[in-house]
Design a protein around this ligand. Structure first.
Ligand code: GLU
Length: 489
């Protein structure tokens, strides 16, 4: 591949197909996209599938799908145009080998023929000696050229290792964390090319970021310890290193650990399946590490791109993932939709995630009215079925459930029978919220019931729930026939 001069900012996201994409990955992807867009640059997706032991066959497709489900796209990458592909590392193997050999040639790397048994023994011995990190003892660095050639000629399996200089300060400037220095004595002679012919992450990432003209690398702080190895590689190749910006990783709020299923969804897909709206999720992710320094909390993607600045990114390792705030934000986005837009979201979501909706038996007009009644209380789309079930099917209720409001079963029965008898006389034309409200309050006086006593009894008996939308809205929507049917004792 020819070296090319690139124009402008080029950022990238480099997923490894080892499993589901984490919500934190989408945050990192969002920042990379925002940075590229803000500077009129390009955003690249590259699949880093060189670790065959962790490779999951359909993970690439799933990751690309979920990126699209969050509303994002890439300028270059798999299934997109791009002059610097292929954008899947397993399709670039010859290239890595060529560059690994170039480093051997330049004496920045060397062949290592040690067997895995020898390396395991070495580790064991070092562990017994109590070293903080085990490392390769450079036995193969002492091999003569003839010995190397003999081993290669006899097809002895080998890896290629980086020759890390001894006791040297390796520094780089991180756009967010500032100047960072490592001592090379703490860095092992990193394997660059494995015996299966695949490159390690370190070699592949450096070669590809260079060949794809990446100008800015934004990734989680867990990659900081890898960066000095990359610095050495860029130096060995004589290439200019992209600017790095290490972003805080995400932890569960209130617990000093990474997101856990115990608290809710973790993967990017699970959040969508739970029924969070994409703009709400994206808005939430914007604030995981970045803050405009104003009170503004509701951001469209366009506004975010405008305001995004790496100077406003937190200089910490970890940022708290506040699930309550996400729920709150989702509620805001839900209430910004009209009833019919929200209904459309619910149906699209149910179809995508195979959720059977009871509402399919009713017409959209009815369903949209249902939505209008529960919209205030809906926090995630997943709650729709539970909040609305009683509109579609008669709940199984027992008179005993009303006792705490009516005082005893006899009074409960009396309330239900009296109201049923009175409602029977209401004409279809009067069967609406306003009339039922007024009339039912008159009935309280007529029979001498307290509001809570009568209305809670009716509510529980009609819906099976103690918390519902306003009672007379429920009656009105259920209709006269269904209401009377349910009030039969
Ligand atoms: N393939 C790496 C990952 O799985 C990419 C790390 C990087 O951005 O350099 O996250």
């Amino acid at each position: 591949m020819e070296e090319t001069t690139f124009k402008g900012v080029r950022t990238r996201m480099a997923p490894s197909p080892t499993g589901e994409y984490h919500i934190g990955h989408i945050r990192t992807l969002l920042y990379n996209i925002a940075y590229a867009r803000k500077h009129g640059g390009k955003f690249i997706v590259r699949i880093e599938d060189t670790d065959r032991t962790r490779f999951v066959p359909d993970a690439t497709e799933k990751i690309l799908d979920v990126i699209r489900d969050y509303g994002f796209s890439w300028d270059e990458g798999p299934e997109a145009e791009g002059k610097f592909g292929p954008y899947v590392q397993s399709e670039r193997l010859n290239l890595y080998k060529k560059y690994a050999l170039e480093l051997v040639e330049k004496k920045h790397a060397y062949y290592c023929f040690c067997t895995s048994e020898r390396l395991a023994e070495l580790r064991e011995v070092q562990q017994k000696q109590g070293v903080s990190a085990t490392r390769y003892d450079r036995a193969c660095l002492k091999l003569s050229q003839t010995e190397i050639e003999q081993k290669l000629a006899s097809n002895t399996p080998y890896v290629i290792r980086l020759k890390v200089p001894e006791n040297e300060e390796i520094s780089f400037h991180d756009e967010i964390l500032g100047d960072i220095t490592f001592n090379s004595s703490d860095i092992d002679d990193q394997v660059l090319l494995k015996s299966d012919g695949y490159p390690t992450y370190h070699l592949a990432v450096v070669v590809d970021d260079h060949l794809m003209g990446v100008t800015h690398i934004m990734r989680g702080t867990d990659w900081v310890p890898s960066t000095p190895k990359h610095v050495l590689l860029y130096r060995a190749f004589g290439w200019k290193m992209p600017i790095t910006a290490h972003l805080p990783n995400i932890k569960e709020k209130g617990a000093n650990k990474k997101l856990s299923k115990r608290f809710g969804p973790v993967s990017a897909r699970e959040f969508l399946e739970e029924g969070y709206l994409v703009p709400a999720l994206v808005n939430f992710l914007m604030f995981l590490g970045w803050n405009p320094g104003t009170e503004k909390e509701i951001y469209t993607l366009e506004e975010f791109v405008q305001d995004f600045d790496t100077k406003k990114i937190q200089h910490t390792d970890l940022v708290a993932f506040d699930r309550d705030k996400l729920l709150w934000l989702n509620g805001i986005y839900i209430r910004q939709l009209t009833d019919s837009q929200l209904w459309e979201e619910v149906t699209k979501w149910a179809q995508k995630y195979n959720v059977a909706l009871l509402s399919s038996a009713k017409n959209d007009e009815f369903n949209i009215k249902v939505i209008s009644l529960i919209k205030e209380r809906l926090k995630v789309l997943k709650e729709f079925s539970e909040l609305t079930e009683f509109f579609y099917i008669r709940p199984s209720v027992d008179i005993s459930m009303t006792v705490s409001y009516a005082g005893n079963e006899a009074t409960a029965k009396e309330i239900i029978t009296n109201f049923a008898g009175e409602y029977e006389r209401v004409s279809e034309g009067d069967w609406n919220t306003e009339y039922l409200d007024k009339y039912s309050h008159e009935l309280l006086e007529k029979y001498g019931y307290k509001p809570k006593e009568a209305f809670m009894t009716l509510r529980v008996f009609l819906t099976g729930k103690t918390a519902t939308p306003p009672l007379f809205d429920v009656l009105s929507l259920l209709g006269k026939d269904q209401t009377l049917e349910r009030l039969k004792i």
